[in-house]
Design a protein around this ligand. Sequence first.
Ligand SMILES: Nc1nc2c([nH]c(=O)n2[C@@H]2O[C@H](COP(=O)(O)OP(=O)(O)OP(=O)(O)O)[C@@H](O)[C@H]2O)c(=O)[nH]1
Ligand SMILES: [Mg+2]
Length: 132
Amino acid sequence: MTKVIINVAVGVIKKNNNVFICKRADEQHQGGLWEFPGGKVEAGESVFQALKRELLEEVGLTIHSSSELITIEHDYGDKCVRLNVHVVSNFNGQAHGAEGQPSEWVGIDELDNYDFPAANVEIISAIKTKYN
Ligand SMILES: Nc1nc2c([nH]c(=O)n2[C@@H]2O[C@H](COP(=O)(O)OP(=O)(O)OP(=O)(O)O)[C@@H](O)[C@H]2O)c(=O)[nH]1
Ligand SMILES: [Mg+2]
């Protein structure tokens, strides 16, 4: 049987050499781990439209543009995801955990000190290659 792939828009919100990360709630998939904010692409949406909607909901930012960083397909066993990862540097607002979730600006070279879902290893390595 063909597996359903969940299409996800993920935003690496970047200011100087820092990125904004959030902690996933315990009851979410991959709960308790840190993430780059974002969420599922709904039917009829582009990745950018989904990113714009999710980043407003989750971190209170209005984004104006984004640039593709990497696309990762990962099978967690219970779920298969396609992470469409974009870097977002052009935004308005003060990033915060708008859903009450813990959040932080962290230096790119500090990302190794945080626990992320397995698929994020490649995202972090792409960020380091591009910006460090
Ligand atoms: N947002 C986000 N999701 C990630 C990352 N890495 C990763 O594997 N995922 C996976 O992507 C999937 C969808 O993301 P999500 O849970 O944020 O989706 P959402 O905001 O629409 O949540 P919802 O289902 O509560 O409405 C989850 O299975 C999650 O585990 C990441 O860095 N950021
Ligand atoms: Mg989300």
